[in-house]
Design a binder for this molecule. Structure first.
Ligand SMILES: [Zn+2]
Ligand SMILES: [Zn+2]
Length: 251
């Protein structure tokens, strides 16, 4: 359907491409440089993401993933030039950590008017081989603008944030958003999550672009989330659901 994706222009050459009709409300981001364009994440994979993206750029395009959870990799079959952190490369081939049936249950957990022609019964997480792997500290140069890759494990072992120092942008993936921060799967690590939050809170950030939900993320969220994890650490990271202002944490 034409309007499955909602595109919001964030500045002259940065866009959010979002799927607000789905309960996950995931976001991809398209960044245009002078020579190349970069798409951060690839959404649910229930509609034609490439068509939504090529309306915004005709530059050579590659994809970098914050992480390889099913709701961030769905559109990759349309983008063979993609990169993921090495800690999750195997998830894209043999070792995806959830059975397909459980992914389908997550996809359909809340009623959703999927695009015509998409049948959730046939949904499978994307599988494929990345063109290359992301490394911590690596600079992704788009010509006239560049992102630094920050390996920020915790939500998942290969989770990366992307930091654009010149504009003060932090693309935070599932490390930070207004909603429930998930650190309770077998492949999560709440201690690493805490360390990653402390890493990003030390950055100079003017705008935070999250993996899910509202694009209006308060700028003190990194500090408050890091402090919340400090308190949970004092209690030994006991499993539970903990509520804070604008976010919650599930361990
Ligand atoms: Zn995730
Ligand atoms: Zn996610």
């Amino acid at each position: 359907m034409e309007d499955w994706f909602v595109t919001e222009q964030l500045d002259g050459d940065t866009f959010a491409v979002s799927e607000p009709r789905h309960w996950e409300q995931p976001h991809c981001y398209l960044l245009r440089g002078k020579e190349r364009a970069l798409l951060l994440d690839a959404g649910l994979g229930v509609a034609d993401l490439r068509a939504a993206v090529v309306r915004l750029t005709d530059l050579p395009l590659s994809v970098a993933l914050t992480h390889a959870h099913w709701d961030h990799i769905g559109g990759l079959r349309q983008f063979p030039d993609f990169a993921v952190h090495g800690a999750e490369e195997s998830w894209l081939s043999s070792a995806f950590p959830l059975p397909d049936e459980q992914v389908r249950q997550s996809l359909t957990r809340e009623p959703c008017a999927f695009p015509p022609g998409f049948d959730p019964k046939n949904y499978r997480p994307f599988r494929g081989k990345p063109a290359r792997l992301l490394r911590d500290g690596e600079r992704l140069d788009l010509g006239g603008r560049a992102l630094i890759v920050l390996h920020t494990p915790g939500h998942s072992p290969g989770h990366c944030c992307f930091y654009e120092a010149e504009r003060g942008y932090l693309f935070s993936g599932d490390l930070l958003y207004c909603g429930r921060l998930d650190a309770f799967y077998p492949t999560t690590d709440p201690w690493a999550f805490r360390a990653s939050l402390h890493r990003v809170r030390a950055l100079e950030v003017g705008r935070i672009f999250p993996g899910h939900r509202t694009l209006k993320v308060p700028l003190d969220l990194p500090r408050r989330a890091a402090e919340a994890f400090d308190r949970l650490a004092e209690g030994g990271m006991r499993p539970g659901l903990y509520d804070f202002e604008n976010f919650s944490v599930r361990i």
